[in-house]
Structure formats: structure tokens, C-alpha cells
Ligand binder design. Sequence first.
Ligand code: SF4
Length: 332
Amino acid sequence: MAGNDVLLEVKGLKVSFGTPRGAVKAVSDGSFSVRRGEVTGIVGESGSGKSVSAYAVLGLLAPGGRVEAGTALFGGRDLLALGEKELRSIRGSEISMVFQDPMTALDPLFTVGSFLTEVLRSHSPKTGRKEAWEKSAKMLSVMGIRDPGDVMRRYPDSLSGGMCQRVMIAAALLCDPQLLIADEPTTALDVTIQEEILSLIQRLKEERGMSVLFITHDLGVVARLCDRVTVMYGGFVMESGSAPQIYEEAAHPYTKALLSAIPRLDDKGEEPLAALEGEPIDPIDLPRGCVFAPRCPYCFEDCLRTRPRTLDLGGGHSAACHLVKKGGRADV
Ligand code: SF4
């Protein structure tokens, strides 16, 4: 994929973490892209490499983490080749991130107003305090907060989880970034608040043309939000495509398994899919063949011997599975 409509393009990302037991291969082949004005979802279970991929792109890997290969083109620059100083100037101003637990991301000793004005002034030092305060309050009202003046004077412990996440999204957007990375932004919130935050991101995308990389373990959560979806498992991309391709024409057994786990309105209570049973792989000792083989009900000889290559299915849809290569599809 190329062209001006692609804002971020990550290819062949490989990330490992040194441990006493050996190198944990957190991401072995991460490739995904975000187009301007679109939401790309990276979906996978814990340990799939989805969050590590985003952290690697921003130079925020935990201690022991190392990018071994790959490129992450953003506005003509390879983020993976930049130094910490350059990355720091991109973080928060051109790319912002929202994390899973808003309560721990906010400092309990600062009011929302001091926090937001500080965020704005740290990226734009020429902005006066009064202007920063006004811009912050305005951003809170964009977030759907009815009385921003009141919220600006409050401390985080007096706010609900949903309200804190709105404050964090406001902070992320204050410097008008080109890309918002949201790492499981609704996981710590209850279902009603989850809905509100998803609607907020949807509205920001529609009204401001915002580009978003949305990381989640829940394919159902991104069903209505994402334009494109990348499904990861064990540090590899299993399938990627437009949302309709993934939700209506899924080709990979793992994607099918995730889809079948989404509760549906017409659910008649069938048995959950057996494909999600079985042991996850050991990221220190990856299997020779397909990483999903130990849990795949369609596994055959080739799957244990060789790792499947990514097959282009046309129209931006691709999947890495020997079964798909043979012309078959997992009939789940
Ligand atoms: Fe299953 Fe084989 Fe496809 Fe892997 S390559 S998902 S084991 S059918």
C-alpha cells in the first residue's frame, strides 16, 4: 500500500524482550497501516503483540524491549530509525496515545485544569496560561463534558472512570495530533461507559477527520468503529482487511474463532468454538510452523512444518493460512 492517504505504515516489525529464560519474541511479523481519516483496529488476545507493536512505533517499549527489524513510515520518516529526542517531539504533538486505565494515568495531586494546561504548554510553551486554560476547557466540551469549568477545577479522584478517560482523550487531542493511538481505552470501563467512549471516538473521526489506531482484544468492540482491521496472534498478523472483509468474509480460522465468540442478538446458545481451546504458544520457543496450529481445528501436516505466508486475497484483504492457500476456507 502506498500513497498520500496512508498516514502510518508499519512493515515487518520484529520486537523481542530479553529475559533470563531467553528472548521473548513479542512481535515476529507486525504489518499494518492507518489511512488518513480512518480507524484501524488491531485485534488479538493478550500476548498477540498488538500493544507492543504500538509501543515500539512510539519508542515506548518497556525495559528489555528491542526492535530487531521493520519500518514504521509516518509522514515520510521511519519512526523506528529516529532517536529519542526526535520521537519525543513527535509524541504528544503529531501522535498521541490514550492508555487502558485513565485513573492511573492522571496525577491525583493535580486538578484536571492544571493537568491539561500543563500538557498544552509543554508542547506549545508560547501559549499563555489563560489561553491554555480556555483551550483546555473548550476541548473538554468537545469531549461531551457539559460543565467543563467545574471539571477543570476537580481532582481525578472525584471523577468517574468514563470522565477520566474523556479527560485523557482531551489531553491527547489538545495539540491536534495527526494520529491517535488508543490502547484498550474502554477495557477498564463498564459497558455503558464503553459505549459512550466508542461513540465519542466515532464522532471525533467523523467531525475532525481524526486517524486512529485502536488496539483491543474484542473484535465486537471495533465492529462499528473500524474501517480496517488487523488480527494478530502470537506476534504474527493472521489476517487483515477492511471491516466488511473481516466481519463478512473472514478467511482465517483464528478470525473466525474470534467472530464466533462475539455475542449476537440472534444467538441461539450454540456451543462456543473449540478453536479457542488449547494452549497458547510459548513466545520464547515458537513452533516451526503456524503459530495458531496448537489451537486450530483445521491443522494439517503442512501447518506443523512450515509457517504460512501472507496471501493476498484481493482488495486489500490478506490472510496467512495454508488452508486459504489451498483454496479452502475455515467453515466455522
Ligand atoms: Fe490452522 Fe493450518 Fe491455517 Fe494455521 S495454517 S490457521 S494451523 S489451517
